[in-house]
Design a protein around this ligand. Structure first.
Ligand code: DLL
Length: 432
């Protein structure tokens, strides 16, 4: 199901022409309406006329989360507040939240890209979609909600949490689709198992998972535990919210809605555009947004862009599944480690559960990493020898992937806090 064939299947030449035109208009708009961008461009000795198309994109200044914070709350808005019909905010772990705003047309555009996203995931008018992303300042709940209504699906706006009720509604309302974070999906699957609810007894066929990184192994786990197809949806508040990109049924990269959001990848050290096919930090320029247009936003998410045409027929550029952010990277005794690498190893093992926590500390000037992982009930034994053997097995598996030794602590099922939204899997005591 392709929601908007015109924009999702255009030739590369047509897309480039469209992006060129929209980019030039956008640069002019921010130059004259957002003092922050005018100043930045003037500092670089630039005027709107210097940008004639995509090839000039790398000349434009970057925008960072810090820029949004420095202009808290509405300093980067390009429209008068009376035209802003919605505010969302991303909490972040430290400091002030990042505030984003939408005009009526922005909300319509957002609904359109989420409608395209859900259609790509095979969701249509006949579906009942349970939205278990949080409603509120977080963009997940309301973002998916408007897109789901746009396609005419039956929306069940339950929001995050309230797990027993989620399961009850899955049964009673016969939801066919669900939208939630992958970590909450695991929790939901676990609760279903405990309540004796078999996935086969439900009508659920597809899940729309995003808002946090998750590995292919996590996908397998969720697909088998819930008996559904698990589709990856990506987005961030600063660009729009959910619906920047999504996988189609091929599950081979996420299609970016590039008629609205122009992607680039850059090398993190030089900040120069990365070669085609090489991994880099994802950067987005919005070209149609009114309230909060953004030039070259540095997402910190790491991915590779793929320009070949997908088997589904969409011609839009795809981004590889994002399994980490540059600021999630842990540097342990000089070695770069992504939590996703650890997740991947742990999920390969049958004895452990997909619930883990990484504790980073510094002792005697030496970084330490301790991996806590829950052991499946079946394997949890009082026999010290058996537990020791399992610990060694995990230590060795991690050592061969990460290249450094880490400590492993096996914990009983349910020890690690469950997530109803974005999971927090790393505690870095070095920063406390
Ligand atoms: O998480 C928007 C969203 C809601 C996306 C629901 C998908 C579903 P923020 O709270 O601003 O917005 O967080 C954005 O979350 O830069 C990524 O690091 C991460 N992220 C979002 N989706 C994915 C994904 C929403 N599918 C930040 N895979 C982004 C990996 C993701 N990371």
């Amino acid at each position: 199901m392709i929601w908007n064939e015109h924009f999702e299947c255009m030739s590369r030449e047509q897309m480039t022409l469209l992006q060129n035109e929209r980019l030039c208009q956008m640069v002019e708009r921010v130059y004259y309406n957002v003092p922050f961008y005018r100043k930045k461009m003037q500092e670089l000795g630039m005027e709107p006329g210097d940008i004639t198309g995509l090839e000039d994109l790398p000349k434009l200044p970057f925008t960072t989360k810090q820029d949004l914070r420095d202009n808290y709350p509405f300093g980067l808005f390009a429209t008068p507040m009376e035209d802003v019909v919605r505010i969302h905010a991303s909490s972040g772990t430290t400091g002030k939240p990042t505030v984003v705003g939408y005009t009526r047309r922005d909300i319509a555009m957002w609904s359109e890209v989420v409608a395209r996203s859900l259609s790509a995931a095979g969701i249509g008018k006949k579906d009942r979609i349970q939205i278990a992303y949080g409603y509120g300042l977080f963009t997940g709940g309301l973002g998916v909600h408007y897109g789901a209504e746009r396609i005419g699906a039956t929306v069940i706006p339950i929001s995050g949490g309230n797990t027993a009720k989620q399961i009850q509604l899955l049964q009673d309302f016969e939801s066919t689709a669900i939208a939630l974070t992958p970590s909450y999906a695991l929790y939901l699957a676990e609760a279903m198992e405990e309540m004796g609810v078999k996935p086969e007894s439900l009508k659920l066929k597809v899940g729309i998972f995003g808002a946090e990184p998750w590995t292919e192994n996590m996908r397998k786990e969720i697909e088998s535990k819930l008996g559904i197809k698990a589709i990856d949806i990506y987005g961030l508040s600063e660009i729009i919210g959910p619906g920047v990109s999504i996988e189609c049924m091929e599950q081979n990269g996420l299609h970016i809605f590039e008629d609205h959001f122009i992607p680039e990848t850059i090398y993190r050290d030089t900040l120069l555009p990365s070669e085609q096919g090489e991994e880099g930090e994802l950067v987005f320029t919005t070209v149609t947004k009114e309230a909060l247009p953004i030039l070259r936003y540095r997402t910190r998410d790491l991915t590779t862009l793929q320009y070949d045409v997908c088997d589904c027929g969409r011609t839009t550029v795809r981004m590889k599944k994002c399994t980490g952010r540059s600021d999630d990277m842990l540097i342990i005794r000089g070695v770069n480690i992504f939590p996703s690498q650890i997740e991947s190893v742990l999920l390969e093992l049958s004895e452990t559960k997909p619930h883990y926590l990484l504790i980073v500390d510094r002792k005697n000037n030496l970084d330490t990493l301790e991996v806590w992982v829950e052991v499946d009930d079946m394997f949890f034994s009082d026999e010290i020898k058996q537990l020791e053997a399992l610990t060694n097995k995990i230590v060795n598996a991690l050592q061969s992937t990460l290249g450094i030794g880490v400590k492993v602590r096996l914990v009983e099922p349910k020890t690690i806090e469950r997530s109803e939204g974005k999971a927090k899997r790393v505690i870095d005591k070095r920063k406390i």
